[in-house]
Design a binder for this molecule. Structure first.
Ligand code: FNR
Length: 377
């Protein structure tokens, strides 16, 4: 209600309240290549559109007089309670979108209680980001390099820095076909951005003859040669599992058989996602969510890809997500106003989710199941 009352008093929100508004404001602020890198997707970008259309094809069934004047949107995940069902998905170029972008994401988490999954490709060392998280747990997202000792070093550092879980992203063993990036023939890492977490790693440094400070060009090429991991397979899962006792989640899993394999290998959570349509040109991630939830048999399922409104959050929860990830929307918030911009975006999504639940007569997330949804197209 705060936003309405402030509006009545003539105080308009500091940042746009809709996704198109956020994107347009960020387009005005960022350089074209960076904007396209963030906004763009795979192939003809149909997958990005499909991610959003998939949400629009569901409606929410309203129930009246159900006593939903007060709502509780808290969730529990790996033994902790979180005040909201939202989390910030990993974005590897926050450090290019804002001078202190990764630190801003951590500060957003500290200020809102919304956990952040922090990318391997952060611009600040993971320890510095962890120090800004306050009381809110953070998760470390691992892009598994093709150098096992380096992967182990990242996980050791994340454990020592106090991260609450490791999220291994599986859908980016090589880059997707992104025509917008090909048009600019560059992306942030090749401009020397967002590699500080790599460049400060002791194992990575041991692979170089000259330090990244002395010879950043060679360090960047070494990163590029190390980053992709086409050989990673199910055979490597026991090794990944053995790296840590922290909750281990796999990001990019959409097929029930893959969920079952992950479960058999001792994974703690599944993260259903199509990378916001940036990697494979594929089906909307939302269409896979019910099958993933079924196969997970109670294991937590995180979801992202295409969430743009509070109603989308409610729909993902009703389809069985344990927590709902936001990617580009909070990224634009960081570009526009650092932690304050991202907190604004999350608060708008949360306010809308809360109102959507209340007006439709649902009080808690436990009230949301598939029966709450109806196909509208
Ligand atoms: C991403 N994403 C991502 N995922 C990941 O596991 N590690 C990463 O470093 C990145 N980097 C990244 C950069 C940019 C610019 C974007 C937009 C996305 C994917 C991200 O975590 C998430 O899956 C999607 O952003 C979710 O889709 P929406 O919310 O952007 O539609």
């Amino acid at each position: 209600l705060g936003i309405y009352f402030a509006g009545l008093a003539g105080q308009l929100p500091a940042y746009p309240v809709t996704y198109p508004g956020l994107e347009a404001a960020a387009r005005d602020k960022l350089d074209q290549a960076l904007f396209d890198y963030v906004a763009g997707g795979a192939g003809d970008e149909f997958t990005q559109t499909a991610n959003q259309v998939a949400f629009q094809r569901w409606g929410i069934v309203p129930r009246m007089l159900s006593g939903a004047a007060e709502r509780d949107l808290s969730i529990s995940l790996f033994g902790r309670t979180y005040p909201t069902p939202l989390f910030m998905a990993p974005i590897g170029v926050l450090g290019a979108m804002h001078e202190t972008g990764d630190l801003e994401a951590a500060r957003t988490a500290a200020a809102t209680g919304v956990p952040a999954v922090i990318s391997t490709l952060m611009q600040d060392p993971l320890e510095d980001v962890a120090a800004e998280l306050g009381e809110t747990p953070g998760f470390f997202q691992l892009y598994t390099p093709n150098d096992r000792e380096l992967a182990e070093s990242f996980v050791r550092r994340a454990e020592a820095a106090g991260y609450a879980g490791i999220v291994v992203t599986l859908d980016t063993w090589t880059l997707g076909w992104r025509p917008r990036d090909l048009g600019h023939a560059t992306f942030p890492q090749l401009r020397g951005q967002c590699l500080a977490n790599y460049f400060t790693d002791p194992v990575f440094r041991s692979r170089l003859e000259k330090t990244p400070e002395e010879d950043p060009g060679t360090a960047t090429i070494t990163w590029a040669m190390t980053f992709g991991n086409p050989g990673l397979s199910w055979d490597d899962l026991a090794w990944l599992r053995g790296l840590t006792d922290l909750p281990l989640l796999l990001k990019g899993i959409c097929h029930p058989d893959d969920v079952r394999r992950a479960r058999d290998a001792g994974v703690d959570g599944i993260y259903c996602s199509n990378h916001g349509g940036r990697q494979a040109a594929s089906a909307p991630a939302l269409s896979f969510l019910p099958g993933v939830v079924d196969a997970a048999e109670g294991m937590p399922v995180l979801f992202d890809s295409g969430v743009r409104s509070g109603a989308d959050v409610v729909k993902a929860l009703a389809l069985g997500a344990t927590a709902v990830g936001i990617g580009r929307p909070y990224g634009w918030g960081i570009a526009l106003g650092g932690a304050a911009g991202a907190a604004h975006v999350l608060q708008c999504l949360l306010a809308e989710a809360d109102l959507t639940m209340g007006l439709n007569g649902y009080r808690t997330i436990a009230d949301l199941g598939p029966e709450v949804l109806v196909r509208v197209s």
